[in-house]
Write a protein that binds this ligand. Structure first.
Ligand code: FAD
Ligand code: NA
Length: 389
């Protein structure tokens, strides 16, 4: 087999491994993906009619405080100065998110100082003081008090999980951030922005190296493929970033995931909502939020005749749906431990990324974790023959 390393999955984890292995270590890398494009869930494309860049698998905002990752990604793309902010539409009124002093004063028709607002929320949260909440609903009330919880969190969370928060475990949330300032910047990281010429240009540049052979529409579990599991495992080192339960043919059971459905619509108006993300926390609206993609790139000269919006619906994933967010029940955690043991025994395969580790990873985390895998496992193996895993 004329390759040194097989990378399964071309998301940011696989791309980072492939890029480092090819450019830094001079290895010949074959990277396969079952989709017809590379880039994994960060992939984007320009909507046909309007030319507006649309993130195909849900809105992706890049942010990081990791200097190594920031330096690394800037080799492939420059970033705009976009700063993410989210608003929420509750009972015919629009409030800033995450809950901050502006939200609180608008909601209570008041002009509280930070100290007064803190006292008020403490008093309202006191309703369940001294109790040990078992469900998410009680936990939410105990964290921020009933009025704010019921307006902005309760039904939003219920829609995300398709479950009444009274029937969800309290462990889903450990904290609900409330800011006692007017700062409604969504992320707190040192660096934030969007790739100047789009996600796909960035992702394609990472794979653009003579030692990287990208094979799309290629499923690792399709035995008719040259680089299938049955053909390569044991023959050549593999970095696998697909679902860990799928790798082992679900031998320990299925891990559970949430997925989202995105409904795209092109509207013949310049601007639908005046901002990139509007949450819908009320019970009578079936979707959780609406994205309007033109607002991610105010610096671009987009058409004024039309705009692209996407309504986002959230639900439990069935087999065949895209797995997006780990549900992470107690049963899932037990299965994951069993899969980790199996993964250790696969001595020529490293498992990584969001699906391979059953862990939600932001882009900067996927990249950081891939860089560590290269440093700690892949480089030692190829330079001094250390065992791969
Ligand atoms: P993925 O991007 O999922 O890539 C895995 C790849 O493996 C896929 O291309 C898949 O097709 C391929 N694959 C799977 N099985 C096989 C197989 N059998 N054979 C061949 N190929 C296979 N991060 C942020 O930093 N900011 C955000 O705002 C943000 N928003 C997000 C919104 C959503 C809805 C989701 C799901 C994620 C979001 N992320 C965000 C996270 C970001 O997408 C991840 O960091 C990234 O997906 C991790 O990269 P990965 O390579 O681990 O996985
Ligand atoms: Na292994």
């Amino acid at each position: 087999m004329n390759t040194d390393l097989v990378v399964v999955g071309s998301g940011l984890f696989g791309l980072t491994v492939a890029e480092r292995a090819a450019r830094e270590m001079g290895l010949k890398v074959t990277m396969i993906d079952r989709r017809s494009h590379l880039g994994g869930n960060a992939y984007s494309e320009n909507e046909e009619r309007t030319g507006i860049e649309v993130h195909r698998y849900g809105a992706h905002l890049f942010h990081t405080s990791n200097e190594r990752v920031w330096e690394y990604v800037n080799r492939f793309t420059a970033f705009t100065n976009y700063v993410h902010r989210v608003y929420t539409r509750h009972k015919g009124e629009v409030f800033p998110m995450p809950i901050n002093l502006g939200t609180i004063n608008q909601f209570f028709r008041a002009a509280y100082s930070p100290g007064e607002a803190r006292d008020l929320i403490r008093e309202q949260a006191g309703e369940l003081a001294g109790t040990d909440p078992q469900n998410l609903n009680d936990k939410g009330i105990q964290l921020i008090g009933r009025p704010l919880y019921e307006a902005f969190i309760k039904h939003y969370t219920g829609k995300q999980w398709q479950t009444d928060p009274k029937d969800l475990p309290a462990s889903i949330i450990s904290r609900l951030p409330v800011r006692y300032t007017y700062d409604n910047r969504y992320f707190n990281d040192t660096h934030e922005g969007l790739p100047v010429d789009g996600y796909t240009a960035w992702l394609e540049r990472m794979a653009d190296h003579p030692n990287i052979d990208v094979r799309l529409d290629t499923d690792f579990f399709d035995d008719s493929q040259e680089f299938s599991k049955s053909n390569v495992v044991g023959q050549v080192p593999v970095v696998y970033t697909g679902p860990v339960d799928r790798y082992f043919d679900y031998a320990q059971g299925d891990l559970s995931w949430r997925t989202i459905d995105l409904e795209e619509e092109v509207l013949d108006i310049e601007d639908f909502q005046g901002t990139s993300v509007m949450n819908y926390p009320d019970e009578d609206v079936p979707f959780t939020r609406i994205h309007e993609f033109r607002h991610f790139h105010p610096e671009r000269d987009y058409t004024k005749d039309a705009t692209v919006i996407m309504r986002e619906f959230s639900r439990f994933a069935e087999k065949g749906d895209e797995p997006y967010y780990p549900v992470n029940t107690q049963a899932d955690r037990e299965k994951l431990l069993a899969y980790r043991d199996l993964a250790k025994e696969e001595s020529s395969v490293l498992f990584g990324g969001r699906l391979g580790t059953y862990k939600y990873l932001d882009m900067h985390m996927a990249i950081g974790s891939a860089l560590s895998m290269v440093d700690n496992k892949i480089a030692p193996h190829f330079t001094s023959g250390a065992p791969l895993s």
